[in-house]
Ligand binder design. Sequence first.
Ligand SMILES: NC(=O)c1ccc[n+]([C@@H]2O[C@H](COP(=O)([O-])OP(=O)(O)OC[C@H]3O[C@@H](n4cnc5c(N)ncnc54)[C@H](O)[C@@H]3O)[C@@H](O)[C@H]2O)c1
Length: 271
Amino acid sequence: MSSYLADLFSLDGKTALLAGGAGAIGSAISEGFARAGAKVIVHDLSQERLDRLAKDFAAKGLEFKGLQADLGTVEAAEDLVARAKAVTGRIDILVNLQGVNRRKPITQVTPEDFDAITAVNLRSVYFLSQAVHPVMKAQGGGKILHFSSLSANFSFDTISVYAATKAAVTSLTRSQAHEWVDDNIQVNSIEPGFVQTEFTRPLWDDDYRAGWFANFVPQGRMATPEDLVSTALYLVAPATRYITGQNVVIDGGVLTGASWVEAPRRPGIKR
Ligand SMILES: NC(=O)c1ccc[n+]([C@@H]2O[C@H](COP(=O)([O-])OP(=O)(O)OC[C@H]3O[C@@H](n4cnc5c(N)ncnc54)[C@H](O)[C@@H]3O)[C@@H](O)[C@H]2O)c1
């Protein structure tokens, strides 16, 4: 890499904590950050996912430190930050990827469903950021990146609680960015559209549904986790020290609009 690009985008010397980082999107971003030079700490609820990622990293000659925790409680967030800080003595980057969904019509959502989704998607994001703040402040700054969702802007049936938590995360991005600007902490978010992962498998796992996505998404396909890596890297890199409180939608053009029902798609165009 030229020294010009390295100065802008290298994560050499940085420690990155990726919460929910052994999931589909988190695994791709963890690998990207490791390749960009960061010391990567991957947290996940699932020890099995952490073990799977460890094998994958080892096969690629990469390393990370894995930390397991259920972020369902506030104490868990504080404990995770303490364990992560013990790894290198600093946390320069926090990425919040932890997320859950339970797809149900509004009329069938129980208080327990509501609490289970908000506990992970909003409360843990809120308190993990709160717990990491003093660490970043004491070391002179840091970067926080939240994984919100296109559903913050554009909802579908059966995801009302999930969509509400993601809209709240996009809003929280601005509140944190503003309150922590003097601490040199930049806070931004990404709203992915439809990413082909286990998380969304019920939405694409047959020919009819897969065909629906090909027609609905202007770019003609769902995203892959790898489609999100470069923007995540950009938003935590030195290059973007003057970008804060922003949200980047990565949706293959969904928010640009829709085609009339008569308009032919353009089969065979590879995007
Ligand atoms: N896949 C998509 O299409 C899509 C679209 C928009 C936004 N997102 C968001 O991106 C993020 C990553 O999604 P993904 O597709 O990689 O999903 P994923 O399920 O593969 O990853 C989410 C991770 O969160 C972890 N997690 C769940 N409950 C937890 C808890 N109580 N404590 C700690 N960790 C917990 C899971 O173990 C999992 O590894 C999520 O926040 C999701 O809402 C995904």
